[in-house]
Design a protein around this ligand. Structure first.
Ligand SMILES: [Zn+2]
Length: 255
């Protein structure tokens, strides 16, 4: 059994950066730890555990979930994110949104209202992110939500009634005032902060002058792919898209 024990977004690891297989020498699990069992795609039995306070014990450490990307293998990082999403969903669906009665687990990934029968499943906030190029340049922006002084990509939540491609065009126009073409799917990523799905695209500049949306962005501009400023860490889909267009664009040009 793999225990993904989280306290306010921090994950419990052993000192050598492993997921604990046993918690009996750390805590005595109780109903308020809100354990949720789940199975990984490869068949690993997992339990998400909500800790009320950080574990302070020799042989263990707490680490921010994003930072665990650098020390865990890809599968464990993904499972830790799933555990966090399940705990967040569980916390936010204690009562029925229709009639206010308590919700109870119905299957491993669904709950049913004890009164009216309303069923709920974990929901995802769907967001798009796009790497826009113009020749050897890429459009980078700095969102006011960024947690550091680096430049990222145009991104935003998909609205109701919208296709993903429409969301890419709309967000680009809203945030930067330009139009784009050749919008192509380039990859996706679970983003458990707290329950997102990021869907990545590449696109090419079509027309318009840059007008940075000051309500959401600090700054933005075209940057040469050979000389980029500080960009997001490898944990993010933004970085993967930037690396992808940098490799394909610079690779095609004479060195
Ligand atoms: Zn109900």
């Amino acid at each position: 059994m793999h225990y993904f024990a989280l306290c306010q977004g921090d994950l419990l690891l052993t000192d050598n950066h492993a997921i604990p297989h046993d918690l009996s020498d750390v805590i005595t699990l109780q109903p308020w730890h809100k354990q949720i069992e789940f199975t990984s795609a490869s068949g690993t039995e997992c339990i998400a555990v909500k800790l009320e306070s950080p574990v302070c014990k020799d042989g263990y450490k707490m680490m921010g979930l994003r930072e665990t990307f650098d020390v865990l293998d890809a599968e464990d990082y993904a499972l830790a994110g799933k555990a966090r999403e399940l705990l967040y969903w569980n916390d936010n669906t204690q009562y029925c949104g229709v009639c206010g009665s308590p919700m109870k687990f119905h299957t491993e990934i669904s709950k049913r209202c004890t009164n009216c029968g309303k069923e709920v499943w974990p929901s995802l906030a769907t967001a798009i992110i796009v790497a826009i190029t113009r020749g050897e340049e890429i459009l980078l922006v700095q969102s006011k939500n960024f947690r550091g002084d680096y430049m990222g990509l145009v991104a935003g939540f998909v609205e109701t009634g919208e296709t993903l491609e429409e969301a890419v065009k709309r967000e680009t126009l809203e945030e930067t005032g330009i139009t784009i073409r050749n919008i192509r799917y380039a990859g996706s990523q679970a983003w458990p902060y707290p329950s997102g799905l990021m869907i990545g695209y590449t696109a090419e500049y079509e027309s318009g002058d840059l007008h940075i949306q000051r309500s959401e962005l600090n700054k933005g501009g075209w940057y040469n792919l050979r000389n980029l400023p500080a960009i997001p860490g490898k944990v993010s889909l933004a970085r993967q898209l930037i690396d992808q267009v940098r490799n394909s664009t610079i690779g095609e040009l004479p060195q």
